[in-house]
Design a protein around this ligand. Structure first.
Ligand SMILES: Cc1cc2nc3c(=O)[nH]c(=O)nc-3n(C[C@H](O)[C@H](O)[C@H](O)COP(=O)(O)O)c2cc1C
Length: 159
């Protein structure tokens, strides 16, 4: 996908400038929490695929909508670092992806269920460890469907 901007040159001509894809400030951010790297890798894979920014829960907080990617800890619990983040920054939470391990049976990726229920947002995917290609597809499709830019007027932000 290419962005196209029309700008005036110093001589007064109209120039069309084509730019490479870049993360948009208004796109949904991907915020992740990760202990051993599975959720982090998944977040970065999806971020790269969708040209969005991926940030850790301890980075500067989001000031717009975001998708949370986290993992499951204890006995089917939300990691304390994720809980701390959500306590302060849940206003812009739009969806959650949770990692876990099939090994944990009924508690598999249960952090996702808990967060979705507590905050009234959809659980987009449960990942076994770092997830599969189908998980990347699912989350990519969800992000693209929920991009604020796709909900704007087709005539642009000034209409
Ligand atoms: C102490 C501990 C407790 C865990 N508890 C669960 C659990 O209850 N349910 C689950 O699905 N996975 C559980 N896991 C597995 C992790 O959620 C899983 O490995 C996940 O991919 C880790 O994500 P990360 O690599 O981003 O930290 C646990 C892992 C550890 C180390």
């Amino acid at each position: 996908m290419m962005d196209t901007n029309t700008r005036a040159s110093p001589a007064g001509d109209r120039l069309t400038v084509r730019c490479a894809p870049h993360p948009q400030g208004t796109d949904m951010l991907i915020i992740y929490d990760s202990l051993t790297g599975n959720a982090q890798r998944f977040a970065h894979t999806v971020a790269e695929r969708t040209q969005r920014l991926a940030r850790r829960v301890t980075d500067p907080p989001p000031d717009g909508p975001y998708l949370l990617v986290t993992y499951t800890f204890g006995q089917g619990q939300v990691p304390p670092s994720t809980a701390t983040f959500l306590a302060a920054h849940s206003a812009h939470l739009r969806g959650v992806v949770a990692s876990g391990s099939y090994h944990w049976g009924a508690n598999f990726a249960r952090a996702g269920d808990l967060i979705a229920q507590a905050h009234g947002v959809p659980l987009i995917a449960k990942l076994n460890k770092g997830g599969a290609a189908t998980d990347v597809d699912t989350v990519t499709a969800w992000l693209r469907a929920h991009d604020p830019l796709t909900h704007r007027s087709p005539h642009g932000p000034l209409d």
